[in-house]
Design a protein around this ligand. Structure first.
Ligand code: SD4
Length: 342
């Protein structure tokens, strides 16, 4: 073979390899399996596994798992102990989706420790999909949930500390940016117009495949710390923070929710898997779209996605370094560092 032919052949085979990688990269499948965002949620996986390992339903498993960080006062990203909004209010977002394509969510709900249970009730007991704010709270109270103060002394202290320096005017806040736009002085260099440093990194997105081959998912968060009152991110939005299609797979997200909503992140990933992408390759495509939306300037912008497919293969991808996820199967639990794009 002459040198030219050899080079042509190797170019073709490496192109083929990369297509093959895109479509098939990832893990060998197994079921049951549960995966969740961020290493501390290893405890949530253990709880979910109690259901899955006994032949239980994926939805029951993820709802059990997500309640772990929701009740943990030391987890400042979810439920009780979550960091408050800039007015000092703990407002919670959660959603669930099952193998029948049914779903429910609550957004910006105060005083209820387990928003995931309320989201499930919205799905099971109402003709609706989403309840927000006071309406969600009223529905929860009418269904026997207890009103509780969710602001722990630690989170209150952190908020008061933030107030001292930020005084509703943190380094980069929305109103600050809007002011700059108004004054036509927006800095070209601004890497990302959000108080990203206070992205509390234990928000839980959890998806599972049960022994019967059915999928389910749940997501729960207190959202971005010191957010504007009423702000809702991706986590309770079906198609953004969570999506499940029992023919294909399930995906969830964490990080700067606004960016996930803009690309319908989890739905995008499930659709990519439907067209043959591996979970990891599908998550990577969603990340690519976020980075494209930010014109490549995303060095402070963390978004992480994870996914499983119907075969029980899993994968993840993040915009920047630092995202990890927990995988539990009959072989045990491991924490995997996600690949990242920037
Ligand atoms: C949000 N996605 O409210 C959530 C925050 C998060 O790790 O996931 N933090 O935008």
């Amino acid at each position: 073979m002459n040198r030219r032919k050899f080079l042509q052949l190797s170019a073709v085979s490496s192109a083929l390899l990369s297509v093959k990688e895109t479509l098939a990269a990832g893990t060998s499948g197994t079921k049951p399996i549960v995966i969740s965002t961020w290493a501390p949620n290893i405890k949530a996986n253990a709880e979910a596994w109690k259901v899955l390992g006994n032949g239980g339903r994926a939805l029951d498993a993820v709802v059990a798992g997500v309640q772990v960080p929701e009740a943990d006062p030391n987890d400042q990203s979810v439920g009780y102990g979550g960091l408050p909004d800039r007015d000092g209010k703990v407002t919670l977002d959660s959603c669930v989706m099952d193998e029948n394509g049914q779903c429910g969510s609550v957004m910006a709900m105060e005083y209820i420790m387990h928003p995931v249970l309320v989201a499930r009730l919205v799905m099971e007991k109402t003709p609706h999909v989403q309840l927000v704010g006071d309406g969600a709270l009223q529905f929860a109270l009418a269904n026997g949930f207890k009103k509780e103060n969710l602001l722990t002394p630690e989170s209150e202290k952190a908020w008061k500390e933030w107030l001292k320096t930020s005084k509703y005017n943190p380094m980069i806040t929305v109103e600050n940016i809007q002011e700059k736009i108004h004054n036509n002085q927006q800095e070209k260099e601004t890497p990302y117009p959000w108080p990203v440093p206070r992205l509390n990194h234990d928000t839980i997105g959890m998806v599972a495949l049960d022994a019967k081959g059915n999928l389910g998912g749940a997501c729960s968060t207190s959202g971005m710390a010191y957010k504007m009152h009423g702000r809702v991110g991706d986590s309770p939005i079906i198609g953004a923070g969570l999506f499940v299609d029992n023919e294909v797979g399930a995906a969830s997200s964490t990080g700067v929710g606004e960016e996930v909503v803009k690309i319908c992140g989890s739905h995008t990933i499930v659709e990519m898997m439907r067209h043959g992408y591996s979970p990891e390759a599908a998550c990577k495509e969603a990340v690519r779209r976020i980075i494209k939306n930010n014109k490549g300037k995303a060095k402070d912008l963390q978004v992480g996605f994870l996914a499983i497919n119907k075969k029980g293969e899993h994968g993840a991808y993040a915009t920047i370094k630092g995202f990890n996820y927990c995988v539990t199967t009959a072989a045990g639990t491991k924490v995997i560092d996600s690949k990242f794009m920037i």
